[in-house]
Design a protein around this ligand. Structure first.
Ligand code: FAD
Length: 504
């Protein structure tokens, strides 16, 4: 493919300025990964600045120790890629899709396109980093420019160090440091048009990302609009309707829009965290009264960053206990209990509601994620890895860093983790955070006619109340899989055994 004169209009949206760039450089490949957007994309902006036709590429990677995507994440990817393809096509370009080992495909594409450069956004898992650095050195050896950029995080996982050196292992000082020093750069330029001719690629439709036989994704599309436009809309709705009350509403699964619902958009990079930071701090600077709510929201965005710090500095964080003491924990293999938990049939309404919400929508409220994870790892003493694996398959926001961090935090094995003896009580958690019962009634409709007093502990209801509500415990709704006091004691005993082993 011949290099051609290429003219693109580049605009820096912060200043509204318009600049023209022209070049006769060889084309540049922009390799999209977990950054499926055109706005505020450092690698794309750098490609525009460099000059030359831009060839946008996506590779459905396999092999080389990469963890296979879960089903819900594939569902999202399917729609997100189609949305990116259409956004690029509206600007006269073509998203080139290929499937296979990127170490083979990228050099092939360089040859086919006659590219002089490949730009991409960084990823932070060990196998991905190994792939990327081997591609980078192979390209560089061949005289092809290879550059990587931060497209997914506010700051790189190595950017902040404690005063004694080393990465942060505790969230609060990390957050304080980010809050005091971080300011989002001006947004990166967005291409107004693409001028590369494009080459053949796979059809996204042929990749089988959308589930079939059975198609379990029915409830997903009612709730989600994958893609950059959907992300933008969700942020704007949240800024208007959710941000002000976030601090109090964020723990309430019964309040719709209590949280932003931005996680799957962030996980696929349809919006950058810097875009969120800019929008929220913009409101604070313009005098938002509820600024502590806004800062609380930003601190949650920074939890995501903190998860990446842990994940980057501990390459096996996704499957090994961060706190090695937990290697001795007497976890139990209990297939039937794990399945009852996955199916939302534990007999604890708040837990079952959460797991059913997850199955039907691909998402679960953060408070409920903690409650269900605590029941699995503590009451049932099932390894956090089994829970993490289920979430990986069923969450549309499945993220290697945040998922591992969330599970290790709840199980007690993580950095800055909830202490092991903090065992969530699924009854009082339900009563406190689903006070209205709206959440449980929605996801466990067989309990909908129970009075609020018994909703989170149906086994405590007198038989006439159960009968009136049409609930037959052990028939229409399960009895608790384990009594709370018994589960709690078992978990504490396991912890004591662990400590004794350590002390011996
Ligand atoms: P909001 O409350 O609106 O927060 C805004 C953004 O901040 C989120 O979109 C998310 O990117 C980030 N965020 C918020 N809370 C956390 C947190 N505790 N840790 C890291 N980032 C956070 N989040 C994922 O994105 N992917 C996962 O795979 C994932 N697995 C989890 C597993 C467990 C066991 C637990 C306890 C938490 C997990 N989380 C995960 C974190 C959190 O539950 C979700 O990010 C949050 O529920 C997403 O909803 P939201 O976008 O409405 O969040």
């Amino acid at each position: 493919m011949q290099a051609r004169i290429w003219i693109v209009t580049v605009h820096t949206s912060s200043e509204g300025a318009v600049a023209l760039a022209a070049s006769n450089k060889k084309p540049v490949i922009v390799w999209f990964r977990n950054d499926l957007r055109l706005n505020d994309h450092a690698a794309l902006a750098a490609a525009m600045e460099r000059g030359g036709d831009i060839y946008p590429v996506y590779i459905l990677e396999d092999g080389a120790n990469l963890r296979a995507r879960g089903g819900a994440s594939k569902w999202w990817l399917d729609k997100s890629l189609k949305s990116l393809r259409s956004d690029i096509s509206e600007k006269g370009g073509k998203l080139i899709c290929r499937c296979g080992d990127a170490r083979k495909i990228i050099p092939e594409l360089v040859d086919e396109i006659g590219a002089g450069a490949v730009y991409w956004g960084r990823r932070y898992g060990k196998p991905e980093r190994e792939i990327d650095s081997s591609i980078k050195s192979a390209l560089t050896d061949d005289g092809i420019e290879a550059k990587s950029f931060n497209t997914c995080l506010l700051t790189e996982p190595w950017s902040y160090e404690t005063t004694s050196g080393g990465y942060y292992k505790v969230f609060t000082p990390y957050w304080k440091s980010v809050k005091a020093t971080y300011s989002a750069p001006s947004p990166f330029s967005t291409p107004e048009s693409f001028s590369g001719a494009g080459i053949d690629g796979d059809r996204i439709e042929d990749w089988g990302l959308h589930p079939e036989n059975p198609d379990w994704s029915e409830g997903f599309s009612d709730l989600w609009q994958p893609g950059e436009a959907g992300a933008k809309e969700r942020l704007s709705d949240f800024l208007d309707d959710g941000l002000r009350s976030y601090k109090t509403a964020r723990d309430r699964p019964d309040i719709s829009n209590g949280t932003s619902g931005l996680s799957p958009h962030l996980a696929h990079g349809e919006i950058s965290p810097a875009q969120i930071w800019r929008s929220v701090t913009g409101r604070i600077n313009r005098g938002l009264k509820e600024d502590d709510s806004a800062w609380t929201f930003l601190s949650e965005v920074v939890w995501r960053e903190f998860s990446y710090v842990l994940y980057y500095h501990n390459p096996d964080f996704g499957w090994e206990n961060y706190n090695k003491k937990f290697d001795e924990m007497p976890w139990r293999k209990n297939k039937s209990a794990l399945e009852a938990w996955q199916d939302g049939q534990t007999g604890y309404p708040i837990v079952d509601a959460g797991l059913r919400q997850l199955w039907h929508t691909g998402w679960m409220h953060n408070r409920v994620r903690m409650i269900v994870a605590s029941l699995l790892t503590k009451h049932l003493l099932i390894h956090w890895r089994d829970g993490e694996t289920w979430f990986w398959d069923t969450l549309v926001d499945a993220d290697p860093a945040s998922n591992a961090a969330g599970w290790q935090w709840t199980a007690g094995s993580g950095a800055d983790a909830s202490p092991y003896f903090r065992i969530f009580n699924p009854i009082t958690q339900g009563q406190k955070f689903d006070e209205t019962g709206k959440y449980v009634r929605k996801w466990c409709p067989e309990l909908k006619d129970l009075p609020g007093k018994y909703l989170h502990a149906p086994w405590e209801a007198p038989s006439d109340v159960l009968e009136k509500a049409g609930v037959k415990l052990g028939d229409t709704y399960p009895k608790p899989i384990i009594k709370h006091a018994e589960g709690r004691q078992k978990a504490l005993d396991a912890w004591d055994t662990l400590k004794e082993k350590q002390d011996a």
